[in-house]
Design a binder for this molecule. Structure first.
Ligand SMILES: Nc1nc2c(ncn2[C@@H]2O[C@H](COP(=O)(O)OP(=O)(O)OP(=O)(O)O)[C@@H](O)[C@H]2O)c(=O)[nH]1
Length: 317
């Protein structure tokens, strides 16, 4: 681009804004669902199990006047395993690099020690603008929401955090999502478009596909399995020799669990569960990529992978 002047400098209206926003909050606070609601396409894994977001995936909101790049960080939490420590490092690095950190506080739950911990950690990152979001307002009564907003304001005072905005939203019903978008855009610095039109996420397609498979695998597993599942897409390519109007995408993926017993649960009786997971994942991938998919999914055991640095590297952490 040879002309770097913004529209405002041309005297034609408000300047273009662009920048990065990171949603933080305790596990299950609704960060991924909100990212999806803002971006309008399914690029971020969501699940009713806590702590399922392991990779930083960005969603991008394109507007004529702004580009809002959403960085979805893993749940900030006190480290327990090696994996936890890496997540926290990732979170802190991310927070210092973004323009806005938005903390999500579910309106249907009281503010607790977990939220306090997060806000305290966040207050150490001085430069970044802080926004508070009361999420899941569809699950709370108006009175409860009012008190929740007061508690958020109080937490700000206690921790020396200045909230640029405190916004109640429901990503499920869509209530106030557009308002939130406008407020976030208003807080961004002036800047040019950073990504091409139409980009939804800069996560490689393999990473998104791996997350969709992991999401399908987590569905219906009621115990502690979520922390023990990792998915690696080994190969993804269009099948050769097909007509251009009848493409088929071959995907070979491995789903790693930590123990034999977990492998059994994943496979299910006569392989029934694995087939269900494969079908569900395939439908999601087809919907996202718009191409018929052949998904070849294998379960493997990577013993205690969460505690082993070499395995963690291999699995992409
Ligand atoms: N009713 C309702 N449920 C919501 C809303 N937002 C999220 N949820 C649900 O809350 C659960 C957690 O949502 P996520 O978006 O995965 O939460 P997260 O903060 O990204 O979770 P982690 O990845 O564990 O940190 C899911 O079951 C969502 O469907 C909302 O606005 N209303």
């Amino acid at each position: 681009m040879s002309d770097h002047r913004t529209p405002q400098q041309d005297g034609q209206g408000p300047a273009h804004r662009s920048g990065f926003v990171s949603f933080v909050g305790r596990p299950n606070a609704g960060k991924s669902t909100l990212t999806n609601a803002l971006v309008g396409s399914k690029v971020v894994i969501t699940s009713s199990k806590p702590q399922t977001t392991r990779t930083v995936v960005r969603g991008i909101v394109h507007r004529d006047d702004a580009q809002l790049i959403l960085v979805d960080t893993p749940g900030l939490h006190r480290p327990r395993t090696l994996l936890g420590e890496r997540l926290n490092d990732l979170v802190k690095t991310t927070l210092a690099e973004v323009d806005i950190v938005a903390v999500c506080f579910p309106a249907n739950e009281k503010i607790g020690p977990g939220d306090r911990f997060i806000v305290k950690e966040m207050s150490k990152v001085r430069r970044t603008i802080k926004v508070a979001i009361a999420t899941k307002t569809d699950l709370a009564e108006p009175d409860q929401i009012g008190n929740h907003l007061l508690d958020i304001a109080k937490l700000g005072v206690e921790t020396g955090t200045e909230w640029a905005e405190i916004v109640p939203v429901s990503a499920k019903s869509g209530d106030q999502v557009t308002l939130l978008e406008d407020l976030l855009v208003g807080l961004l610095p002036e800047g040019p478009q950073l990504y091409p039109d139409g980009d939804l996420s800069d996560a490689p397609e393999e990473a998104i596909v791996a997350e969709l498979i992991r999401e399908a695998a987590l569905e219906g597993v009621r115990d502690e399995l979520p922390h023990s599942i990792a998915v690696v897409v080994e190969e993804m390519a269009l099948r050769e020799g097909r007509d251009a109007d009848r493409p088929l995408l071959d995907i070979h993926a491995n789903l790693y669990v930590e123990r034999d017993s977990q492998k059994g649960i994943m496979i299910g009786h006569k392989g029934a569960r694995l087939r269900e997971v494969g079908t569900a994942a395939r439908k999601q991938i087809e919907a996202l990529l718009g191409t018929p998919v052949y998904l070849d999914l294998h379960i493997k055991i990577a013993k205690d992978w969460q505690r082993d640095p070499r395995q963690l590297r291999k699995l992409g952490f």
